[in-house]
Ligand binder design. Structure first.
Ligand code: GLN
Length: 488
């Protein structure tokens, strides 16, 4: 056993007791990065990390993150470290400031090892579209880990770091967490500052993170949450002591589920463990009810998400023109317009161009009312229905995905004409800004799958408590790819 294989909580205890040093942890992490086979890394800052670790000579009981290594998705600004969002258009861009969450983690004493791969500009869900190619699943390198936060997920699942930063606009932390057998959490929209997180679709984007236990997720939320003057959309609401929820009696125990989503899952093993989990939760005093969420609203999830996210992305990414950041266009460009169009033609992959076309088309004067505004209206209907759901239920609990991680050759990034509910339901939490946690649930032929809990806005404490009850059932704490466990 290596101390690097522990949760933040356990690793912290070992640091406090002097059983291991931060320098030893960072050296071990560097070794694992060098031997890694998942293609999870963008720019690394290993020498700096080692220097920082050497400065950590003692760790106090209260300094939970001090001396603990972590990685961040490459769409967070990191001062002095190249940041590309896995897109050629940003190659060579070195930010001059840290994202607020990076600053908060550094102030808490955590040690940044570097940046991880993503689906280009965080658009995509497979971990196969970044400029570095496919990021694979550490459980089986012929399979995907999912995206867009692929490298951050793979590096927690493979034991390189006990936690990492991802971002979640539609499911980009919670879907990969399912494929990696770890915990992935997005809090309420506005709970955490997005300053320095490259925008994809601002009304949906959330800072989100991976860890190996619910307790670790709670502790990270305490450190990251809270208002920031640099992001005026961040909430002034008081930051709670989320970890204190985990061991106290839960007075919110009503679980709801949507039957059509379960019907869309063919994998019997996943369905059986899901129902077994619900039975176990009933034994813990939870009540479980089916909720009739209108099917036409489930059908609307994918088009609504695509039109809103692509429209916002088109507008947000208009600044990626080769003038201000990154890629330098060819000398042959004679006019600004040629210069920008050369940068954008060479800088973006076809998936990004397709999304910009969808976005631009939806925003055109003649289409805006029919596409963009209509999608916003449908979004309101979905959120109103969810608010109705939350009048009767405290949590929506559903399997995260219809299968274990698919083979790389079986995934497609093509436009889907017939989207499945089950592929898109995690986006409900983004449309409504709800906190949402993925927990590992079990394994099928040694490959992980997870379950997701979504709760009311600003009730992260309750969502995490429910997650703790699930963790107590599955006993899936600190599952790593080389440390096979069962789940239920
Ligand atoms: N998979 C979704 C998409 O393709 C979500 C991406 C995300 O959450 N960043 O856009």
């Amino acid at each position: 056993m290596s101390y690097l294989d522990l949760t933040i909580q356990q690793m912290h205890q070992a640091l406090v007791e002097g059983l291991v040093t931060s320098e030893q942890l960072v050296k071990e992490a560097i070794l694992r990065i060098k031997n890694d086979k998942t293609n999870s890394f963008e720019a690394l800052a290993l020498d700096q990390a080692l220097e920082e670790a050497k400065k950590v000579t003692s760790v106090g009981e209260e300094e939970i993150l001090k001396g603990i290594p972590f990685l961040a998705k490459d769409n967070y600004s990191t001062k002095g470290i190249e940041t590309t969002a896995s897109s050629d258009v940003l190659s060579g861009y070195v930010p001059i400031f840290d994202a607020e969450v990076i600053t908060r983690l550094k102030n808490a004493g955590a040690i940044l090892l570097g940046k991880t791969t993503l689906d280009e500009l965080a658009m995509g869900g497979t971990g196969t579209t970044g400029h570095k190619g496919v990021t694979t699943n550490p459980y089986d390198n012929s399979r995907i880990i999912g995206g867009s936060s692929c490298g951050s997920c793979a590096s927690v699942a493979s034991g390189i770091v006990p936690f990492s930063l991802g971002s979640d606009t539609g499911d980009s932390v919670r879907k990969p967490a399912s494929y990696g057998g770890i915990y992935g959490f997005k809090p309420t929209w506005g709970r955490i500052s997005r300053f320095g997180l490259f925008p994809f679709a601002c009304s949906l984007d959330t800072v989100a993170y991976f860890a190996r236990s619910v307790y670790d997720i709670a502790v990270l939320t305490e450190i990251l949450a809270g208002h920031d003057d640099k992001d005026m959309s961040s909430s002034y609401k008081e930051v709670e002591n989320y970890s204190s929820y985990l061991r106290r009696e839960n007075d919110k125990k009503k679980i709801g589920y949507f039957k059509p989503i379960l019907d869309a899952i063919d994998d019997e093993k996943i369905k059986n463990s899901y129902f077994k989990l619900l039975d176990e939760l009933k034994n813990k005093g939870y009540e479980v009810n089916q909720y009739d969420f209108p099917e036409e609203l489930l059908d609307a999830l994918y088009p609504v998400y695509m039109i809103i996210s692509c429209s916002e992305a088109t507008s947000n990414d208009a600044n990626l023109d080769g003038v201000k950041f990154g890629l330098k266009p060819s000398e042959e460009a004679k006019t600004w317009s040629e210069y920008m169009s050369d940068a954008r033609t060479r800088g973006f992959s076809s998936l990004i161009k397709r999304r910009f076309i969808i976005g631009s088309f939806s925003l055109l004067a003649e289409n805006q009312e029919e596409l963009f505004r209509r999608a916003q209206k449908a979004r309101n209907l979905i959120v109103e229905e969810m608010n109705k759901f939350f009048l009767e239920n405290d949590y929506l609990i559903l399997p995260c995905a219809k299968s274990v991680p698919p083979k790389v050759e079986d995934v497609t990034n093509k436009w889907s004409k017939k989207p499945d509910f089950i592929d898109n339901h995690l986006g409900i939490a983004n449309l409504g800004g709800f906190p949402s946690l993925t927990c590992p649930l079990g394994y099928e032929n040694g490959l992980p799958y997870g379950v997701n809990i979504t709760g009311r806005q600003y009730q992260e404490g309750y969502v995490l408590k429910c997650g703790q009850d699930i963790e107590d059932v599955t006993k899936l704490v600190n599952s790593l790819c080389f440390n096979h466990k069962e789940g239920i």
